[in-house]
Design a protein around this ligand. Structure first.
Ligand code: SF4
Ligand code: SF4
Ligand code: SF4
Ligand code: FES
Length: 896
């Protein structure tokens, strides 16, 4: 699917000069003439053009006169040539364009009063601009609407055959779900095979359709575009940080749109390396939870008869009173707090300040503990960088991308478009070490099937191959000879036989992959849940750093090691110091000077680092009775952690469980007090995306009933506890953060980072490296399957299961996905029930074939607990970072 050279930013074409409306213009030979014209600031009509994909040339609007040609030329598909003399305006061109509009309108239904695009329609605009008034011969096509898809309706009467929907799906999404198809005497846009559309439902086709031919089922006939209030904000689902417009009416959220639109069709093709302005299915169609009737509308207190609503005044009085009493009786370490990384930076900052300064405990943690901290801690330790090293543009422009343990399309769909553009536009080689045939593996030059859960051994094999095949960078390794000698010795102790048996891949394949990576000038590593949420996640990230270091890729511009965080603000949670080992700015909590700085700023004394506690330790102390009050903000550990962690016992043991959340969750049902919080759409603040870019979150709606933004509740609690936290607005918190972390909000752009591994390689590396290169325990032969519990594209944690649009697309099916070959081998039919047995228990459920899964692997989406398959999984806590690994288990599967 090569790009036509007309718009490829990669084309090194000679500079040329041409004349546009009498003005001398510089351009590159062969680029689209339309692009050259629009870069001079002239906007000429163009209904089938969008800068994000190749020109199509169907609408006949972008006409210009080129000296030497008798008839007008379609400038979008014409190529700029040296010496061209171009005229863009004139009566002749106006009439020719008017004729094109009339041609479209004569077969158009003119049902503007009932069209969702009314007032947001390029055809309307063009008809108006060109004075098209006489349509007496109009012959609409009279076709029935195609309503076969779950999300999008196709009204082919309105279609102007511009091809934008087909082109964006093919060129940008690389899904290629749509096509032109002749039937009923006319051309239609249909899903491939003329069936109901089944695709990624990103909605890009909807966004670029210049008329009302594609409509959003979830928002149909409920608004006119000009009636909606449009608020620019940042998506709260994943860490990609997509900008979105939340469009609301008096009745709540009507739709979510994106900067990607036919309205924004003019841009520099090269800019798409940083993003194309679109959204994924979650961001665009998963908004219904915001004003869901299931939201908590008032504070609740548990009574003998169940939950009873109370006023904020009363409930805050209760919580403050009980916290004060517990603190007075047992000390501040009888209290602990956990917060979700879907809160804003300002809220995360305030939460840790509340816990440390107002309550006086360092038992504080966030959902970044579920994996991202393995990455940030390892990278901070080894290279002095506490976040991803490469932004979107560097990913797009890498020569080689090495993806390990990530199904990036499912977890970070918009980040995955950078990988797709790297493949499609910049010709990157992509290596994907994966146990399932992921979307990216299907597009990659080097899909490398590995056994499920074997990522850590695959990484060790890559390092071993780099060292043994002498694919090392001399300058990098000679600068730290002792470290290199220690690494050599460590990998020499690994056996290829064991590594290949564990990973299910061959030594040759590993060598080929590492050679490709090592020899590329710009090589980027992307990993995620299969590394950071796995056993030995911290060590595996260090091993990836080793790989980058020995091949000279750690400090070279355009190269780096990256892990994709899952929730919207995991990076912000780490940066704001919501981890018992970190202060805001990722200073170490154990560092006395660091603590002193914040103690002075906050006018308090901070609790000593001992005792501190992270998530799993907090739960343990709850069970043991040391912690008597647990404050949970947006966290639902009962639905997240497996039963073997003793999470229920911990939550049931505490004397005071306070749950603050927009919804009454499984954990909330155990609480003594439930505080109704707002969603991101009712908040002011910021999120930090995976690139480290700080993005604004703006309120689109007033808080739902009596719900309050989390930061307001923290401030009220702190003040009630006798520690004044008198903030009037989120901006007051921002100002405080700005003072303490100068430059944090000025990132604006992803800030280039430079790894500084020297200290790490010289101090301590030699002592610790051998332990990281060890094959560990054998797989459990009695349980031949690997169960993985992970994310799917249509969901994000448990939050998305409150969005009816996403649940409709991907409901809880309660089925175990298995490779059809395994099902056949076990003689299990599609409706049969299987018994899944792990070291932690057994349960029965139906299966579902999934061709993308490797043999010996089965999958269950982590968003659903019916049946509670997560309880089959054990939990291994990382000894360095306290990150719990609970997404993989060895299981036996038999017919029930
Ligand atoms: S929703 Fe996205 S994936 Fe589906 S057809 Fe439209 S552009 Fe393609
Ligand atoms: S459905 Fe819309 S975007 Fe697609 S070809 Fe028709 S008018 Fe163009
Ligand atoms: S879920 Fe992630 S990729 Fe999708 S729109 Fe939101 S931020 Fe973007
Ligand atoms: S924009 Fe050139 S033909 Fe449509």
């Amino acid at each position: 699917m090569a790009l036509k050279p007309v718009t490829s930013p990669d084309v090194e074409a000679p500079a040329i000069q041409l004349t546009v409306d009498g003005q001398q213009v510089e351009a590159r030979q062969g680029v689209s003439l339309y692009d050259v014209i629009s870069q001079t600031g002239k906007i000429i009509p163009a209904m089938c053009y969008h800068y994000t994909f190749d020109p199509f040339g169907s609408c006949g609007m972008c006409l210009v006169m080129v000296e030497g040609k008798k008839a007008p030329v379609r400038s979008c598909t014409a190529k700029a040539e040296a010496g061209m003399v171009v005229r863009c305006e004139g009566e002749d061109l106006f009439l020719a364009r008017k004729k094109a509009v009339e041609k479209h309108l004569t077969i158009h239904p003119l049902d503007c009063p009932v069209c969702d695009a009314d007032g947001h329609c390029e055809l309307q605009d063009m008809a108006f601009q060109h004075g098209v008034t006489n349509l007496v011969n109009a012959k609409p096509k009279g076709l029935p609407e195609d309503r076969r898809s779950l999300v999008l309706d196709f009204n082919m009467n309105r279609c102007i055959l511009c091809g934008e929907c087909i082109n964006i799906c093919k060129d940008v999404q690389m899904v290629d779900a749509l096509q032109f198809f002749k039937k009923e005497g006319t051309t239609h846009v249909v899903a491939k095979g003329d069936e109901g559309l089944v695709c990624e439902f990103c909605g890009d086709c909807l966004a670029v359709c210049p008329v009302g031919a594609i409509t959003n089922k979830y928002s149909k006939y409920v608004y006119k575009p000009w009636q909606l209030k449009k608020t620019t904000s940042t998506c709260a689902y994943c860490a990609d940080g997509c900008q979105m417009f939340i469009e609301t009416s008096g009745k709540g959220v009507q739709r979510v749109t994106s900067p990607l639109s036919w309205k924004n069709k003019w841009g520099d093709r090269a800019e798409t390396a940083e993003g194309h302005g679109g959204l994924c299915v979650r961001g665009r169609f998963g908004f219904q939870y915001i004003d869901s009737k299931e939201r908590l509308g008032a504070p609740l207190v548990r009574t003998e008869e169940g939950f009873a609503p109370r006023s904020w005044f009363e409930v805050m009085d209760t919580v403050v009173g009980r916290l004060k009493a517990l603190k007075a009786q047992h000390g501040p370490n009888a209290i602990a707090g956990l917060i979700t990384a879907r809160c804003t930076n300002e809220e995360l900052y305030l939460f840790q300040k509340l816990m440390r300064a107002a309550i006086g405990t360092n038992q504080v943690d966030s959902s970044a503990r579920y994996g991202h901290l393995n990455f940030t801690r390892a990278l901070q330790h080894a290279a002095g960088v506490g976040r991803m090293m490469n932004g979107y543009e560097q990913i797009t422009k890498a020569n080689v991308l090495l993806l390990i343990g990530t199904d990036i399309t499912e977890t970070n769909p918009i980040a995955s478009l950078r990988v797709k553009e790297a493949i499609r536009v910049y010709g990157a080689q992509v290596i994907v070490g994966t146990s399932r045939l992921t979307n990216i593996a299907k597009l990659a030059s080097h899909p490398l099937p590995i056994a499920a859960g074997s990522e850590r051994w695959f990484i060790q094999a890559l390092v071993k191959a780099a060292v043994e095949e002498d694919l090392v960078d001399e300058a990098a390794t000679t600068a730290a000879p002792e470290a290199f000698a220690a690494l050599k010795a460590a990998v020499a102790g690994l056996s290829w036989e064991v590594l290949t048996a564990r990973t299910g891949t061959s030594r040759e394949v590993v060598i080929e992959a590492v050679r490709l990576y090592a020899e590329a000038p710009k090589a980027v590593i992307l990993c995620a849940e299969g590394v950071t949420r796995q056993v030995e996640g911290y060590a595996s990230v260090l091993n990836l750093v080793d790989l980058a270091w020995v091949t000279g890729k750690l400090t070279r511009p355009g190269c780096g090691v990256n892990a994709l965080p899952e929730e919207a603000n995991e990076q912000g949670a780490v940066d704001m110091g919501v981890a018992s080992e970190l202060l805001p700015g990722q200073a170490l909590y154990g560092d006395e000077d660091g603590r002193a700085k914040f103690a002075t700023a906050w006018c308090c004394s901070l609790p000593p680092p001992d005792p501190s506690a992270t998530l799993m330790e907090i739960l343990k102390r709850c069970r043991e009775g040391g912690i008597k009050a647990l404050y949970l903000v947006g966290e639902n550990p009962l639905a997240t952690l497996p039963a073997s962690t003793g999470v229920r016992e911990a939550l049931e043991k505490v004397e005071l469980l306070v749950c603050q959340d927009p919804f009454l969750t499984e954990t909330g049902r155990l609480a003594h007090v439930v505080l109704p919080a707002t969603t991101f759409a009712e908040k002011d603040g910021t999120f930090t995306n995976l690139e480290g870019k700080v993005n604004r979150v703006r309120p689109a709606l007033e808080p739902y009933e009596e719900a309050r933004p989390d930061w307001e509740i923290f401030a009220a609690l702190g003040t009630g506890l006798g520690y004044p936290m008198e903030y009037e607005a989120a901006q007051d918190v921002q100002r405080e953060i700005m003072k303490l972390l100068p430059g944090y909000y000025n990132l604006g752009e992803p800030r280039p980072v430079t790894a500084q591994p020297e200290g790490y390689l010289r101090n301590g590396y030699v002592r610790e490296v051998a332990a990281r290169y060890a094959a560990g325990a054998e797989a459990d032969g009695a349980r031949p399957f690997t169960l993985t519990i992970g994310q799917v594209l249509y969901h994000s944690g448990k939050l998305s299961t409150r969005a009816s649009g996403l649940v409709q697309l991907y409901p809880s099916k309660g089925r175990l996905q298995m490779n059809p070959g395994d099902l056949a081998q076990l003689q299990i039919g599609p409706q049969d029930v299987v018994r899944v047995t792990s070291a932690n228990g057994a349960l029965e459920l139906r299966t579902e074939p999934n061709h993308d899964l490797a043999r010996g692997t089965c999958f269950f989406p982590e968003h659903f607990n019916e049946p509670p398959i997560k309880d089959l999984v054990g939990c291994v806590v990382d000894p360095t970072t306290g990150v719990p690994a609970f997404k993989f288990a060895r299981v036996a599967i038999t017919r029930a």
